[in-house]
Design a protein around this ligand. Structure first.
Ligand SMILES: [Zn+2]
Length: 449
């Protein structure tokens, strides 16, 4: 009976304790040393050290719980932006039939990057790196698709596979990763361009909400095909893409699309092009009828005659955005997240055990509950670093490494007549001393998703 009551109590008070969060920082193979010959980078090192990811086989990682929390937040932001432009989420099989890929001729064109396999009947399949074939077939199967139902924007956020010759840089170039891929179907070329533009605007809004500087550059259409294409690039030293950016106007292009020694801007004619490096986090393609023709994806037009749909496709590297954001925002010692994506927003630090401040520890515990009750947006976002056998200094160092946007130290000041808390805003590096009202006011403005 006693035991039963205790169990119940634990269920009523679900304080998130740092000691209980599965965020192993001492897994073997963690730290600077990576697998032989594999190139590493800041985000990979920081993510492994912080217990966010763990390497398995080349180009593949365990995404540990804090990473999954962060990714789920990113997915929610992406969903909001895609729904905002009329996108509808679906989920397509990862196991794709070779027949589809042979129809589009990409079974041969994709070469070794396509991960291929055979089932027990000897039938060929691939693990989908992208789904133009699959989605176009789906839409083609729909009899009586009316022009009134277009534009149709279908997207999914799923695991994708690519047989990278040299996986590297952690989540930036893996063989298995999460991608958002959207496909649009329109009645005309003009309508397709409008859809294309609205997706580009949604991408721009998304990166702005994450606080990431992103440039939209003209790009090569590669093996996806089509006439118009843009990449969304986060400027970063380790970026694998070389960009030419105009100093005077909005023009920017991938070096692949133009002669790399060109220095005059083709758009404004007066500006000078400067080369920089970027991490590609998004890609948009206007496809025209390339796939819809082949798979016969038609709709009935206003004259009730079948007409071939105009298509576009739009990718966002979900796991890559996470890693790239960490790459560009973090310091050498600690992760800094886009505020919206931090796995937890607040970490509360009670004093070290036995430091004659046990009553302060109770105050810290109470603070966690007060925050959770007063600020619904922070429910599930506040953790208590209960490892009180460690000094405040040591735990502060861990908190800095993990990058909680807000760290609250509950010390002597909490015992004063008007209690004060030390608050460290890790994104700005500011430290403040606030009473409970000031604290609620500050944290009440924290945006969560
Ligand atoms: Zn220019």
């Amino acid at each position: 009976m006693m035991l039963c009551c205790r169990l119940k109590l634990q269920h009523i008070r679900p304080t998130l304790l740092v000691s209980r969060i599965y965020q192993p920082t001492s897994l073997r193979d963690v730290g600077q040393e990576s697998r032989q010959g594999e190139m590493t980078c800041k985000s990979q090192r920081l993510m492994q050290q912080a217990g966010l990811i763990h390497p398995s086989n080349p180009g593949c990682y365990y995404y540990l719980p804090a990473t999954v929390r962060s990714m789920e937040k990113l997915v929610r932001v992406i969903d909001q932006e895609m729904h905002g432009i009329g996108g509808q989420k679906l989920d397509m099989p990862s196991l794709c039939s070779a027949d589809l890929w042979k129809t589009s001729e990409r079974w041969d064109l994709m070469g070794k990057e396509l991960l291929r396999l055979k089932d027990r009947h000897g039938v060929d399949y691939c693990l989908g790196p992208t789904h133009e074939e699959a989605v176009t077939t789906l839409v083609a199967h729909q009899a009586h698709l009316s022009y009134k139902q277009l534009p149709l924007l279908l997207y999914q956020i799923t695991r994708k596979f690519r047989d990278e010759p040299k996986p590297r840089f952690g989540l930036l170039r893996g063989r298995e990763f999460y991608m958002k891929d959207m496909y649009s179907f329109d009645v005309s070329e003009e309508a397709a361009y409008q859809t294309y533009e609205s997706v580009c605007q949604a991408y721009t809004r998304l990166f702005a909400r994450l606080g990431l500087r992103c440039v939209q550059v003209q790009a090569d259409t590669g093996n996806i095909g089509g006439k118009l294409s843009h990449e969304f690039q986060l400027p970063a030293d380790i970026g694998e893409d070389r960009l030419l950016v105009c100093g005077d106007c909005s023009f920017s292009a991938n070096v692949e699309t133009m002669s790399s020694d060109r220095t005059d801007c083709p758009q404004c004619k007066t500006g000078t092009l400067v080369e920089s490096r970027g991490i590609e986090v998004g890609h948009t393609f206007y496809l025209g009828k390339k796939y819809s023709q082949v798979f016969n994806a038609t709709f009935s037009n206003a004259q009730n005659k079948p007409s071939v749909a105009e298509m576009g496709c739009y990718g966002l590297g979900v796991t890559r955005i996470l890693a790239a954001a960490i790459e560009v925002m973090s310091t050498e010692e600690g992760i800094r997240w886009p505020g919206l994506l931090a796995p937890y927003q607040v970490c509360v630090l009670p004093p070290k055990k036995g430091s004659k401040m046990d009553e302060v520890a109770v105050l810290a515990d109470n603070l966690v509950h007060t925050l959770g009750e007063a600020l619904p947006g922070l429910r599930g976002e506040v953790v208590l670093d209960d490892r009180t056998q460690m000094t405040i200094g040591k735990r502060l160092k861990d908190a800095s490494r993990l990058g909680y946007p807000y760290v609250i130290v509950v010390g002597q000041g909490a015992l004063e007549e008007t209690p004060r808390f030390e608050v460290i805003c890790q994104q700005t590096g500011e430290t403040m001393f606030l009473g409970q009202d000031g604290l609620l006011d500050l944290l009440g403005r924290v945006e969560t998703v």
